[in-house]
Design a protein around this ligand. Structure first.
Ligand SMILES: [Zn+2]
Length: 182
């Protein structure tokens, strides 16, 4: 099994921020942990970025497709004006032959997040995200299951306290890796 891990944003694009968490840096660090845990299960990984740099969305998808990956997983976190919104949510493209697999993987990943103390905001079609569609999903979903996971809200105290906790991050990475391989 080969998995493409996509740490969202990077370089000049910091993504969202709050409670002293910058999304791009957080996602990159978390992808490193996820990679470690997937390797423990003998899963091969390909990363769209391993440093703090900007990578075009189409390039991220091309990396996964060209490597012949079995799953594309984009890691993000949420941030909004209100500090009450919280929880984990996932998006998938509701098109193509892998749409049910993507939904299934999304549900497993959300279940792992909920097990680690995040609220369940469910798996949704990507047109219910802040965009009409998500490029990284649309450009990978014809080739492999593809999921974009939003791990918690940096703007929420409960979520950001967890997200800043290294022990929690490692537990969540282990749980997500297990959800992926089983
Ligand atoms: Zn993001």
């Amino acid at each position: 099994m080969k998995i493409c891990l996509d740490a969202g944003h990077g370089g000049a694009d910091n993504g969202t921020s709050g409670n002293s968490i910058l999304e791009d840096a957080w996602a990159l660090e978390f992808v490193g942990r996820l990679k470690h845990h997937l390797h423990l299960h003998g899963v091969e990984t390909v990363e769209t970025r391993t440093t703090d740099k900007q990578v075009a969305l189409a390039t991220r998808a091309a990396i996964a497709v060209n490597a012949g990956c079995d799953l594309f997983l984009s890691v993000h976190c949420n941030g909004v004006k209100s500090n009450t919104a919280d929880g984990a949510e996932a998006f998938y493209a509701p098109v193509g032959s892998y749409k049910n697999n993507s939904l299934g993987v999304g549900r497993e990943l959300i279940a792992a997040c909920v097990e680690q103390g995040l609220d369940n905001r469910k798996v949704k079609p990507d047109n219910e995200s802040q965009h009409p569609s998500l490029t990284v999903l649309r450009k990978t979903c014809q080739h492999m299951p593809a999921v974009l996971l939003e791990i918690g809200f940096v703007t929420n105290k409960h979520d950001s306290d967890l997200m800043k906790n290294k022990v929690w991050r490692d537990k969540l990475a282990a749980a997500l890796a297990l959800a992926i391989v089983t």
